[in-house]
Design a protein around this ligand. Sequence first.
Ligand code: DC
Length: 231
Amino acid sequence: MIQAKPKLVIAIDGPAGAGKSTIASRLAKTLGYVNLESGAMYRALGLKAIESNISLGDSAALLALANRSTIELEPTPAGNRVLLDRRDVSARIREQDVTDAASRVSTHPAVREWMVARQREMGAQGGVIMEGRDIGTVVFPNAEVKIFLDADSSVREGRRVTQANAQDDPARAEKLRADLRERDRRDTTRAADPLKAADDAIHIDSSSLSIEQVIARAEQIVEERIGQHSL
Ligand code: DC
């Protein structure tokens, strides 16, 4: 069993569908840490831009919008509850239009700076597992544990189709696969802090691993680090 002694910062980065949320929430439970899903914040801003009719390409307007917003993540046993201006948008932000908007708003450096500042405040006390795309590289470059969780794109696409229960609907399944590919392309090729592993991140490829195997590997990595930090 892991002994949660020092209050570390654990960064988990990786592409959509690699299993970050599942692993982060399980690890958080085991360690008694708080699990913060940074992508939900980009999603909340994407939703607000849609509702406010603000162009997803207008960096200045998006920053002004962010400055008029409160975005809160409330960890619960079932994942993060996401509050946009005190309204619970946890379910709405998972829909495809918001998923797409989140990926678009996240390309703007000004928006990223705003998000990063808030994410640093949230993690300042330690004892957090933050998952996203740039946590180990930008938000917490000094995080004591950095995990880069990846899986082959075909595996990630397959997981997305299963999650959405679209196996028996080829047209919907293909749309989900294409959306994921497009989001991968945007997240990895954007100029501002694209998804990439930190040099000192430990890689886990979940393509042919079960959830339990990935969790066991992640726990082992964390346990080793906690051991080092309690010396
Ligand atoms: O993790 P997610 O799928 O909920 O993230 C939604 C979008 O937000 C994703 O397409 C890229 C962006 N994102 C980001 O740029 N940086 C993060 N730390 C987290 C998410």
